[in-house]
Design a protein around this ligand. Structure first.
Ligand SMILES: Cc1ncc(COP(=O)(O)O)c(C=O)c1O
Length: 374
């Protein structure tokens, strides 16, 4: 194989390159927060909320301390709680389900399709009961879910739609940015996300003023007027330093997302190995490729081969939600969500971040093309 200048190991994600590029600007922003001692909530968070709601084209955005809290608070704002059920994809990061569980409601897991790997709309109706209150669609790996299909089920059964857009900042469904398709949309700004804070952070977008005002109260001890508490609330405010870093990074996000798309297009067109399958992308979906997941029959064999060649993919996710031990009490069995189970044992996430060089992408492609199924 051709010898080229590469980083020593090519991991699934490397945050260093991005943060070196913007270090000066971020540190200047940190300095402003420091001078104003605006560490919790405050003007930098409000500035980010304005910037992010306009980026998503929604009326409002509420900054919180992480994406899991965003889901928890959005479900509370919908009035969901004990005795309710919420439809959740079996193939997602577990936090989608945590949000439901924290409210006292029960997550009801639905299998994914065998090609888009997103919730299978055709399997939702059979899971709806008189207790079902909402569906959470996940724009998984950065690719929008079938918004039209889920919205029509919600209309038919009078359910709320929540978007879990934790992995999809800037993704578009039919040319419209995600974040405004349901009652609310929940984002994670965990450092590894396409838009990640220097720290933990999350956010909720909505076009509904009543939800917006309720969320402001819920994240701040259930208080609209200081030291007066109208309901049981939470301390889930976004920090000022995190918000300041997000204000800097949001400007760069469109460029970073288009570089990810460029890398994805190269994987899609230049990887010729018949042993690999990629996520099917319907024509209405514009993904931001938070992750580039592939499946292969002998996943462990491919993983070993890649590691041997200094490429270190990720596994998203090795256990589907319905089979996690935390949810054993819900009594799902192997075979309940066969497509999600197949994915869990056959998936692997290729290196994907804007700072991968063209040479590194070529190298990953050539290693993949030289892999022979064992
Ligand atoms: C699909 C999905 N939902 C929710 C979350 C939770 O976000 P956070 O890690 O910021 O709590 C994440 C990210 O970790 C995620 O990937």
């Amino acid at each position: 194989m051709e010898v080229i200048a590469l980083r020593e190991k090519i991991p699934c994600l490397d945050l260093k390159g991005q943060h070196q590029q913007i270090k000066k600007e971020v540190f200047e922003a940190f300095e402003r927060v420091y001078e104003e001692t605006a560490f919790s909530g405050g003007p930098f968070v409000e500035e980010f909320e304005r910037n992010f709601s306009s980026f998503c084209g929604t009326g409002y955005a509420v900054g919180v301390n992480n994406g899991t809290s965003a889901l928890h608070l959005a479900l509370l704002a919908l009035g969901i709680g004990t005795g309710d059920e919420v439809i959740v994809p079996a193939n997602t990061f577990i936090a989608t389900a945590w949000g439901v569980t924290y409210t006292g409601a029960i997550p009801v897991f639905v299998d994914c399709t065998p090609d888009t790997w997103q919730i299978d709309a055709a399997k939702i109706e059979e899971k709806i009961t008189s207790r079902t209150k909402a569906i959470i669609g996940v724009h998984l790996y950065g690719q929008p879910f079938d918004v039209v299909a889920l919205k029509s089920i919600c209309r038919k059964f009078n359910l709320y739609l929540l978007e879990d857009a934790a992995q999809a900042q800037g993704a578009k469904f039919k040319e419209t940015p995600v974040g405004g398709f349901g009652e609310m949309a929940c984002f994670s700004f965990y450092p590894g996300k396409n838009l990640g804070a220097c720290g933990e952070a999350g956010g909720i977008t909505t076009g509904n003023e009543a939800y917006y005002k309720h969320l402001l109260s819920l994240r701040n001890h259930g208080s609209r007027v200081r030291y007066y508490h109208d309901e049981v609330g939470y301390n889930m405010r976004m920090g000022g330093l995190e918000a300041a870093s997000l204000n800097v990074k949001l400007k760069y996000l469109p460029g970073w997302n288009s570089r990810r798309r460029e890398i994805a297009e190269r994987y899609q067109s230049e990887v010729k190995n018949k042993h690999l399958q990629m996520q099917h992308q319907p024509e209405w979906a514009e993904s931001v490729y938070h992750l580039f997941v592939v499946t292969t029959e002998d996943r462990d064999g491919l993983l070993k081969y890649l590691n041997h060649n200094n490429i270190y993919p990720g596994l998203h996710y090795p256990v589907p939600c319905h089979l996690q031990r935390a949810y054993a009490h819900l009594q799902y069995r192997e075979g309940d969500c066969p497509n999600a189970e197949y994915l869990a044992s056959h998936c692997l996430s290729l290196p994907m971040y804007a700072e991968l060089s063209d040479e590194e992408v070529s190298y990953v492609i050539s290693v993949l093309n030289s892999y022979e199924h064992g």
